[in-house]
Design a protein around this ligand. Structure first.
Ligand code: GLN
Length: 544
């Protein structure tokens, strides 16, 4: 029987519940427990697939093709686990299930209500995940206590605790300890209030994790324990750290896992936390021997969360190669109006250019211009999803000479739709049904950049797109020097393109950023960064 840990947030949003949950999961997993992490999102959207990245940042895609909250990315990157659609539960999906049941008549004429029908469905989702064979299911509850929309989720937790007992159903409250700089004092009152708010929902938290800019003094810890009714040893400090990857070690030092194991009476931990490879990763991350500058061209660059997984993938690859990667976030729309010299100023000093995924036409010509610059100036280039499609369009226009080449998504009237919907997709009218989502196999051609990076003939990578390379143009592309180096075997869809004469020019239809892990950087990102290092060495050789 699994045990359950719920992580709530108080005082303010953005305290890092996802990172705390992932760090606790990491510690418990490293002690031999089978752990997974789930996220409750109290919004009414059924999934974040339809959300603009400006709302909640990137949409993370799981192996089984669920469009999920970006926190699932943290869980996978920290714990090196694979999550699934069961790991993300939104209020929208809960209501949808309940309403569908009601329409089918499953409730036999009963009045359908938040309690018990919505709260039952929330619990059912949690048990359903636990049944996959976990010792511990950690659930992060999105939002902040006191929000109206998170109430049904808290109520579900209250009911579970009643049924299972607190030792089987723990609540950790992540809160902010406010620092008043004029008085140079840490203040606990907002935390006391947020705990009161939880109590109002019938939940006494078992542990407090206290986000703070300054170390908690003994008095502050005493006060928190007394006023919030938690054991003194269960007041855990979460001080600001240099990188999110420091948090597991800090939680270990503060004894978060120890307290959890004690309170839940978890049968003897199989081992002390084994964090050797984590420490090795951090050691390399913090002591780079080289550095490169990479431009990330996208249209959501004001919001780093929109490219979360890509930025984290660079962190992992950078650590593996002991290289600090300075990522310049470049607005694709801005590139559109630049004169040639201005463009050269913006892109010329970069050691690598990555054109990001995306949807819609805003900034697309800027992305195509960035591809053109990388291709014609021999700067290592990586295109992801829309970025790969831009590389195909650029090549079609400027190398093959198909002047009006475009993607059907952007210009449905273009004569040369080099990126297009597949015939079978055209018959589907429901927009959600036409996306290629989740992991698909890709066979790699030997003696290519892709094969060199992965060192194996068959890979699996995650997808999230609607449009594809149009195979009717394949011969023309190959005749002009673009190589198709990865294919999905059953459908023959193009997954990877390369330009052989270029130092490193690779476009992938899939999203490698979703499978990069802290301790195992993604081979394609590593290969790209290596190429960037080489480019740097050639253009600005280090002085002897
Ligand atoms: N908009 C493109 C498509 O639907 C690319 C999607 C993406 O970059 N994730 O095919």
């Amino acid at each position: 029987m699994a045990k359950f840990i719920f992580v709530t947030g108080g005082v303010s949003s953005s305290l890092g519940k996802g990172i705390i949950s992932a760090s606790l999961g990491k510690l418990l997993k490293s002690q031999g427990f089978r752990v997974t992490i789930q996220k409750f999102d109290p919004y009414i959207n059924v999934d974040p697939g339809t959300l603009n990245p400006y709302e909640h940042g990137e949409c993370y895609v799981t192996d089984d093709g669920a469009e999920t909250d970006l926190d699932l990315g943290h869980y996978e990157r920290f714990l090196d686990i694979t999550t699934s659609r069961d790991n993300n539960v939104t209020a929208g999906s809960i209501y949808q299930t309940v309403i569908n049941k009601e329409r089918r008549g499953d409730y036999l004429g009963k009045t359908v209500q938040v309690i018990p029908h919505i709260t039952d469905e929330i619990q059912r989702r949690t048990y359903q995940l636990a049944e996959k064979g976990y010792d511990i299911v950690i659930t992060e509850i999105g939002g902040t206590v006191g929000d109206i929309e998170s109430l049904p989720f808290l109520e579900a937790v209250r009911q579970m605790r009643m049924k299972l007992g607190r030792e089987n159903c723990l609540v950790i409250h992540l809160t902010l300890i406010v620092y008043i700089s004029a008085a140079r004092e840490l203040k606990t009152k907002p935390t006391q209030h947020s705990v009161k708010e939880l109590l109002q929902a019938g939940i006494q938290p078992d542990l407090l994790v206290c986000r703070t800019e300054h170390p908690l003094t003994e008095e502050v810890r005493d006060k928190l324990a007394l006023f919030c009714n938690v054991e003194r040893s269960s007041v855990i400090e979460a001080i600001d750290v240099d990188t999110i990857y420091d948090v597991p070690l800090h939680m270990l030092k503060e004894g978060l896992n120890r307290e959890v194991i004690r309170k839940m009476q978890l049968s003897p931990p199989l081992q002390e936390p084994d964090l050797d490879s984590w420490r090795a990763f951090l050691q390399k991350l913090k002591n780079p021997k080289h550095h490169v500058r990479i431009g990330l061209v996208g249209k959501y660059v004001e919001l780093r969360d929109a490219y979360k997984s890509i930025l984290e993938s660079f962190t992992h690859a950078g650590a593996q190669l002991e290289t600090q990667i300075l990522v310049d976030l470049i607005h694709s729309e801005e590139l559109e109006g630049l004169k040639e010299e201005e463009l050269a100023q913006k892109l010329g000093a970069l050691h690598g250019i990555l054109v990001a995924p995306g949807f819609g036409s805003r900034g697309i010509e800027g992305k195509i211009r960035a591809v053109h610059y990388a291709r014609t100036h021999n700067i290592p280039f990586m295109g992801i999803c829309l970025g790969m499609q831009c590389a195909v369009i650029e090549f079609a226009r400027n190398v093959i000479g198909l002047k009006d080449a475009h993607s059907t998504e952007i210009d449905p009237l273009a004569e040369h739709k080099v990126i297009d919907l597949m015939e079978e997709q055209k018959r589907i009218t429901h927009l959600g049904g036409t996306m290629r989502l989740g992991a698909y196999e890709c066979a790699l051609t030997p003696n290519t950049r892709a094969y060199e990076a992965y060192s194996k003939p068959l890979i699996r990578e995650r997808h999230r797109h609607r449009y594809e390379f149009n195979n009717r143009y394949r011969d023309q592309f190959e005749a002009h020097g673009m190589r198709i180096t990865g294919i999905n075997p059953p459908t023959q869809l193009v997954e990877i393109i390369e330009i052989p004469g270029h130092p490193w020019f690779v476009g992938v239809q899939f999203h490698p950023e979703f499978t990069s892990r802290a301790e195992t950087a993604h081979p394609l990102f590593c290969a790209f960064v290596k190429a960037a290092l080489q480019h740097k060495e050639q253009t600005h050789p280090a002085k002897a």
